[in-house]
Design a protein around this ligand. Structure first.
Ligand code: KIV
Length: 272
């Protein structure tokens, strides 16, 4: 770790800005429960995202659409109880902010009040500008999310790379500038060409956090279940797996079953 984050007892949105200003990369991972959040926070991560990817990796849904505000608050409050240092950002789930800024504000307030998290994230550009402004006006920090926006999967039909055409790239750049102008403290750039993500990162002063957006972003985020290798059937090019936990845990369960069946467990020392 270099200077800015090393000195931070608690990571804030201001610290993230300082990290960008001083060229220190921002590390971000998802977490949805107490135990995982404790491990990730104690390792020194800068930002924990309670992502609506919980809908996929925790609940087994095909998309992020079904997860509810109550469920996000449940996940977020479990994470908050574990975390001492990282900034905690929570996704506003599908249907809680689009097209109704009053509803967006009350959803964000519920997350902040009931979970104790530090900021919210929501997907989209111009179409959600009113909702973001209203949330910001209540003093709630907002992170944007552009590029592949999974809550709109049925509009696009695929999870392929976004903004490859010039007209889409120009729109994304415009949206990123707008998010900065209205007061977002950062923006996630998901699955867009690395060259475009670099251009966006150099064109705005707030931090960009990439996922599948190359090395020119100010930080990187991964879904923790993917980087730990708990998920197995997901192989996007951008994903670096640091463990094979699915195989390791499956092996541990098989050993346990064997020990129970063979009456090896519990032994004399493992009983009263
Ligand atoms: O929900 C999530 O995990 C996310 C990340 C992919 C950025 O939004």
């Amino acid at each position: 770790m270099s200077a800015v984050s090393k000195d931070a007892k608690r990571v804030t949105t201001h610290i993230l800005q300082k990290m960008k200003d001083e060229g220190e990369r921002i590390s971000m991972l998802t977490a949805y429960d107490f135990s995982m959040a404790k491990i990730i926070d104690s390792a020194g991560i800068d930002v924990i995202l309670v992502g609506d990817s919980a809908s996929n990796v925790m609940a087994g849904h095909e998309t992020t659409l079904p997860i509810t505000l109550d469920q996000m608050i449940y996940h977020a409050s479990s994470v908050v109880r574990a975390v001492k240092r990282a900034l905690i950002v929570v996704d506003l789930p599908f249907g809680t902010y689009q097209g109704n800024s009053k509803k967006a504000l009350s959803s964000a307030i519920r997350i902040m009040k009931e979970s104790g998290a530090h900021a919210v994230k929501l997907e989209g550009g111009e179409s959600v500008k009113g909702s973001i402004q209203r949330i910001l006006s209540a003093g709630v920090p907002v992170m944007g999310h552009l590029g592949l926006i999974p809550q709109s999967i049925y509009k696009f039909g695929t999870y392929t790379v976004r903004a490859k055409k010039d007209i889409e790239a120009q729109q994304l750049l415009k949206d990123a500038k707008m998010l900065q102008k209205i007061g977002c403290f950062g923006v996630v750039l998901e699955k867009i060409p690395a060259e475009l993500a670099t251009e966006v990162s150099e064109s705005i002063t707030i931090p960009t956090i990439g996922i599948g957006a190359g090395n020119g972003c100010d930080g990187q985020v991964l879904v923790s279940h993917d980087m730990f290798g708990i998920t197995k059937d997901f192989h996007p090019r951008f994903l670096r797996r640091y463990m094979s936990l699915f195989d390791d845990m499956q092996g541990a369960v098989q050993s346990y079953i064997k020990d129970v069946k063979s009456r090896d467990f519990p032994n004399d020392k493992e009983q009263y």
